[in-house]
Write a protein that binds this ligand. Structure first.
Ligand code: ADP
Length: 190
């Protein structure tokens, strides 16, 4: 059983590295952002409820996010553990995840934090905006997402740091280099 949170600012490469980390640990990567975006793309009820938040770069309300995660974590593929990408993002979500894991007699093994400097982040997000046309990658929305990360998600990292759960990983540079650093971090977790 390995339960890991992968976190870091928008543009840090969480999606890419969550997959590498999860494969290494032999567990699924679960991305709240991907699940929300898939809901929007498929026109599901969840998608309709979250679209406005995604487009404006706001966090989806905790209640809705927590409900979705609770349901996803009850699926059969999570029995050996999972890597959570993009959750928890608020202190409220930290508490809900703790309770959920405790109900099952489990606990978090670590919180991997992908660290990238702010200049490189903005550059990457603008490059992605040009390449992928993600609705939340406009300059104004990017700025707002970075602000929200500082205001609401840095306290999450602080909470995990206090609990000695944080494993920092340098997320700067090219993808293959970061892959190697993530694989080194995985060795500390399994
Ligand atoms: P990024 O980290 O680059 O912003 P994500 O794919 O992780 O990209 O998230 C995209 C959007 O999905 C967020 O801006 C937010 O609207 C929503 N979202 C994802 N995870 C959460 C969460 N844990 N709580 C609230 N909103 C979330």
């Amino acid at each position: 059983m390995t339960i890991v949170v992968l976190t870091g600012p928008p543009g840090a490469g969480k999606g890419t590295q969550a997959k590498v980390l999860a494969e290494r640990l032999g567990v699924p990567a679960i991305s709240t952002g991907d699940i929300f975006r898939a809901g929007v793309a498929d026109g599901t009820e969840l998608g309709a409820r979250v679209k406005q938040y995604l487009d404006s770069g706001e966090y989806v309300p905790d209640e809705l996010t927590n409900e979705m995660v609770r349901e996803r974590l009850s699926a059969d593929d999570t029995h050996q553990g999972f890597v959570l990408d993009g959750y928890p993002r608020t202190l409220e979500q930290v508490g809900v995840l703790d309770d959920l894991l405790a109900e099952q007699g489990h606990a978090l093994d670590g919180a991997v934090v992908l660290e990238v400097g702010s200049d490189e982040l903005v550059q990457r997000l603008l490059a992605r905006a040009a390449a992928q046309h993600r609705s939340d990658d406009t300059e104004e929305v990017i700025r707002h997402r970075l602000e929200l990360y500082t205001a609401r998600t840095l306290p999450v990292l602080e909470a995990y740091r206090t609990r000695n759960l944080v494993i920092p990983v340098d997320g700067s540079g090219e993808v293959p280099e970061v892959n190697q650093r993530i694989i080194a971090a995985a060795a500390l977790l399994s």
